[in-house]
Design a protein around this ligand. Sequence first.
Ligand code: AMP
Length: 286
Amino acid sequence: MEVIRSAAEMRAWSEQVRCGGAELCLVPTMGSLHEGHLSLAREARRRADVVAVSIYVNPTQFGPGGDYERYPRDEKRDLELLRELGVDCAFIPKSMYPPGDSTFIEVRSKLTEVLCGSRRPGHFAGVARVVAKLFIIVAPHRAVFGLKDYQQLLVVRRLVRDLHLGVEIVAAPIVRDADGLALSSRNRYLTPEQRRQAPALHSALRAVEAAWKAGEDSVHNLVSLGHRTLKEQAPDGRLEYLELRHPATLEGLEFVGWDGALAALAVRFGDTRLIDNILLQHERDA
Ligand code: AMP
């Protein structure tokens, strides 16, 4: 596996890949890899001849008082995992921002105003900036993103469309622990008691889904049910939001209609912020 640490080297390497006629798939990550990240790399392997995984803890997507400094970093183990998986290239840039970097890229739309966008000002601008840089440097044919960060996926798709970047964005399912908790690099911050309560995020979403499948379509009632489930099962969690929105536009809804809905939530346990979501989708006839 190639380990590349500069943009110039990365550009040269991927140009060689493309000139050889191979298709390249990129998996952007912030490292501290877990099975969720690895599932993305496996999906990339199925989708292309050559797989690159980037590891970069992007400072511009953390707000002031965010956990940038304490965000877990474990490069040695990450490289071992990627080697075991047969990944072709790990791109680990020292920085993506040259001194005095003054170029900004931002998706300004409903997609970035709601849910995590309104609670983490600047977060999606940081994501757009770093993803645009990665796509320009690596120029992959495809890139895989996890549905765990559903809003991020929509923002990246809009970015690619608006900037004509020509990268196909592949969505990969959420990988969970056996008790339903979505895997996240931040789960390691949880105390044993918080970890015991954390699967409530998924239980609340599953309760919403079950009620919807049983015929409840009022967003107000579904959200109330989700709140109750969380309160019962995660008394130490502070709910930041639990919302149902249109799955493509993130517009607010009063009822879950034919397009279904994204049910998404963010909960804080102490300083640790966890997110999760579930798609309420009608099974469509083929
Ligand atoms: P991160 O390192 O947290 O920035 O995540 C890098 C990529 O991994 C993003 O596309 C995430 O959506 C994805 N990801 C993180 N956790 C999971 C998970 N539990 N299941 C699937 N994908 C995930």
